[in-house]
Write a protein that binds this ligand. Structure first.
Ligand SMILES: [Zn+2]
Length: 372
């Protein structure tokens, strides 16, 4: 059987501190200082069994060698091969145990599997294929940084040629064309498909986004909400592609991988529905599942920041902590490098923070002073 390369392994090895690891495993060692920095000098080699203090691992990289005669000609050690010999385990068991250890030390794997979804509905999406298709992704998505795993995670589809058929208010059979569009399914918190959007793969298309008439408006739902149930912390973006870009950005940081991402389909948080069938109602439900705080990351333009502050107040009124992240002016999460989105998230401020209001005023003044 061919093994899929474990993309997590190199990341785990970087995450594990060699010295703490040896300590935890009860390996006898002392610290020494060599020409290439701090070294861990280990009494017994797990490979040859020599116990003359001739094994050295670099204290930060975990790379090293055994200088006992019996290991002559053997490759150097890294934490993976060292542990494999130490435990006498095969590769997959070694990876499993290293993962367990890394998790105990705060490492979080990227989430690559979406929650269960229910695709049975009383409407039909336009004829389309699931992405990736035959192992291949759409070039349009790749160019936006959305790889095959992410396309699968968000259940994206591609409609080469197809229509959405519906009956209008006067009982007439109508159709709406979705040729050359990425279909973005929208699920409610229970993972039931409730509606969808179609994004044209050309930026020159007269209507970039299409919404199916006759279905409940997407503004009632939280995009990707079914995937954040149980999260204590979430970030709230605007559109579906902002959610995807923010997931990419946050997955790049191990400590942010437990944060969920959702989208509101605009700079507005719907509320006031008597049965709670709106976005605020969905947040209240998420709170019952452990949600504690949200960060609004709408675009960096003055009106969007104002709207985010208003929505943050609304969210605070239902007992959640709410902050506002400031992206560069006029930028969405999908228009900035991942590090900029991460930075904005980490510097997010409570909606009443005076620094936030000052920055808002500064941007408003700047905008006024700019010639039209
Ligand atoms: Zn050895």
């Amino acid at each position: 059987m061919r093994h899929k390369p474990d993309t997590d392994l190199s990341e785990i090895l970087e995450h594990i501190d060699p010295e703490l690891f040896l300590d935890y495993e009860g390996v006898r060692f002392k610290r020494t200082f060599g020409s290439s920095g701090q070294q861990l000098n280990i009494k017994t080699c797990p490979r040859c069994g020599g116990n003359g203090w001739k094994v050295y691992l670099n204290a930060s990289s975990g790379l090293g060698n055994c200088f006992h005669g019996d290991c002559a000609g053997e490759p150097g050690f890294n934490l993976f091969s060292f542990s494999r010999h130490l435990w006498g385990t095969d590769s997959s068991e070694t990876i499993r145990r290293l993962k367990d250890y890394a998790r105990d030390q705060g490492w979080v794997a990227k989430r690559s599997t979406s929650a269960e979804v229910e695709e049975v509905t009383d409407f039909d999406m336009p004829e389309s294929i699931e992405l990736p298709h035959g192992g291949r992704n759409l070039r349009y998505l790749e160019q936006r940084g959305i790889d095959r795993d992410l396309a699968r995670f968000f259940h994206l589809r591609f409609c080469h040629k197809g229509q959405y058929i519906y009956i209008d208010g006067e009982g007439r059979r109508m159709w709406q064309n979705y040729d050359n569009r990425v279909l973005i399914p929208i699920y409610d918190l229970d993972g039931v498909l409730v509606t969808f959007q179609g994004r044209h793969i050309s930026n020159d298309a007269p209507r970039k986004y299409l919404f199916p008439p006759g279905l409940p408006g997407s503004g009632r739902f939280l995009y990707n909400g079914h995937n954040v149930i149980g999260c204590e912390e979430i970030v709230i973006c605007e559109g579906a592609f902002d959610v995807m870009a923010t997931k990419i950005a946050m997955d790049s940081k191990v400590h942010l991988r437990s944060v969920g991402q959702i989208g509101t389909f605009g700079k507005h948080l719907s509320h006031g529905d008597h049965n709670g069938q709106d976005q605020l109602g969905a947040l209240i439900r998420l709170k019952q599942h452990g949600l504690k705080s949200v960060v609004f990351m709408w675009d960096g333009e003055v009106d969007a920041i104002k709207a985010a502050i208003e929505s943050a107040k609304l969210v605070r009124s239902v007992g959640l902590s709410a902050k506002v992240a400031l992206l560069p002016e006029g930028k969405d999460p999908n228009e900035v490098p991942p590090s900029v989105a991460v930075d904005a998230y980490e510097r997010a401020m409570p909606c009443s923070d005076v620094r936030l209001l000052r920055e808002l005023m500064r941007r408003a003044r700047l905008r006024e002073s700019k010639p039209e």
